[in-house]
Design a protein around this ligand. Structure first.
Ligand code: C2E
Ligand code: MG
Ligand code: MG
Ligand code: MG
Length: 301
C-alpha cells in the first residue's frame, strides 16, 4: 500500500521540486526581511596598484548576517536570489550602499574608486544600466569613482545587449571591469568587439604562479600559469585595458606579477575584505606603511 502511494504520488507530486520551491520561498522572505533590517552589509577589499605601490581603490563585496544561519557567503545566496527573481532589488540596494559609502568617504576628503559586482542576468536588458544611472543620480557620486564588474556570462547570455550596456555605462562615465577572466566557457571572440577598462585575471591562475609543472617552486620556476598570466596581460594591454590579478596570497606571487608588469593586485596578502572603517585607515596609510605583509593584515568580515 505504501508502495502504491509512493508511486502515484511521484507522478503528481515531486517532493524534491516541492522542497526546492519551499527553500526558494523561504530565501525570498528572508532576503526581503534582511533588506529591511539592514542585515546585508558590504565589506571592502583593497586593490593595490603595483606601479604606484599603494592602495588605489577597492571592491565592494556583499555579506549577509543571517539571524539563524549566521554569516552567509554571496557565492551561495546571490545565485539563489537571482533564481528567486530578486537580482534587481539586490543590486539596487548594493549600489545604494556603495554610493552612500563613496559620498561618506568624499565628505572626509577621501576619493576612493569602488568596484561593484553586478549580476549577469541584469545585462540581458537595460536594467543594469538603469540601476547604475539611478544610483548615481540619487547619490551625486562622480561616475569616475564607480566601476562595474561583470563576468563573461553576460556575453554568453546576450552579446548584443551586453555590448549596448557597456557602451551606455561608458557614456555615463562609469568604467567596466571583466571579472574572473579565464574561467568558465570563455571565448576570445567577444573581446574583438568590446572595450573594457579593466580585466581581472581569475585567482585560479594566480594561485599556481611560481609553481612549475614538476612541482618545483621559487622565483626561477616558470610554470604554465605564469605563461598564461603573462599572455593574458599582453593581450589586455594590447586592447588598452589594465590588469588586476585576483587572489594574490603570497609575496612570491606578488613579486612575479610585478616582474611581468601587472598593473594591480587584490588578495589576502594585500588585505582581506574588511569593514569600511578599516579600509579607510589602510587607504590613508602613508606610502611604505601600505606595503603588504602576509600576516597581520585586517581581519575578514
Ligand atoms: P568576485 O567578484 O570574483 O570576488 C572575489 C572573491 O574572492 C571574494 O569572495 C573575495 O573575498 C575572494 N578573495 C579575495 N582575495 C582572495 C584570496 O587571496 N584568496 C581567496 N581564496 N579568495 C580571495 P566573496 O566575497 O565570497 O564573493 C564571491 C563572489 O560573489 C564574488 O566573486 C562575486 O561574484 C559575488 N558577489 C560578491 N558581492 C556581490 C554583490 O554585491 N553583487 C553580486 N551580484 N555579486 C556579488
Ligand atoms: Mg568581482
Ligand atoms: Mg573575481
Ligand atoms: Mg567570482
Amino acid at each position: 500500500r505504501a508502495k502504491a502511494d509512493g508511486r502515484s504520488r511521484s507522478v503528481l507530486f515531486d517532493p524534491a521540486m516541492e522542497e526546492l520551491r519551499r527553500n526558494q520561498r523561504m530565501l525570498e522572505e528572508d532576503l526581503r526581511e534582511a533588506l529591511e533590517r539592514d542585515q546585508l552589509t558590504l565589506v571592502y577589499q583593497p586593490k593595490f596598484g603595483l606601479l604606484a605601490d599603494r592602495m588605489t581603490g577597492c571592491e565592494a563585496l556583499l555579506r549577509w548576517h543571517h539571524p539563524i544561519h549566521g554569516a552567509m557567503n554571496p557565492g551561495r545566496f546571490v545565485p539563489a536570489a537571482e533564481e528567486a527573481g530578486m537580482a534587481a532589488t539586490l543590486t539596487r540596494n548594493v549600489l545604494g550602499m556603495v554610493c552612500r559609502q563613496i559620498r561618506d568617504w568624499q565628505a572626509r576628503g577621501l576619493e576612493v574608486p569602488v568596484a561593484v559586482n553586478i549580476s549577469a542576468s541584469l545585462f540581458a536588458t537595460d536594467q543594469a544600466v538603469q540601476l547604475v544611472r539611478e544610483a548615481l543620480m540619487v547619490s551625486g557620486v562622480p561616475p569616475r569613482l564607480l566601476q562595474v564588474e561583470l563576468t563573461e556570462q553576460v556575453f554568453i547570455r546576450s552579446a548584443d545587449a551586453a555590448r549596448a550596456a557597456l557602451h551606455s555605462l561608458h557614456e555615463l562615465g562609469v568604467s567596466v571591469a571583466l571579472d574572473d577572466f579565464g574561467t568558465g566557457y570563455s571565448s576570445l571572440g567577444y573581446l574583438q568587439h568590446l572595450d573594457f577598462d579593466v580585466l581581472k585575471i581569475d585567482q585560479g591562475f594566480i594561485q599556481n604562479l611560481g609553481i612549475r609543472d614538476d612541482g618545483a617552486q621559487g622565483n626561477g620556476a616558470r610554470g604554465n600559469s605564469l605563461w598564461i598570466v603573462e599572455t593574458i596581460l599582453r593581450l589586455a594591454h594590447g586592447l588598452g585595458a589594465e590588469v588586476v590579478a585576483e587572489g594574490v596570497e603570497t609575496p612570491e606571487q606578488l613579486h612575479l606579477l610585478r616582474e611581468i608588469g601587472c598593473d594591480a593586485a587584490q588578495g589576502y596578502l594585500l588585505g582581506r575584505p574588511m569593514p569600511a572603517e578599516a579600509f579607510a585607515t589602510l587607504f590613508t596609510a602613508p606610502v611604505g606603511g601600505a606595503v603588504p605583509h602576509a600576516e597581520g593584515r585586517a581581519q575578514d568580515a
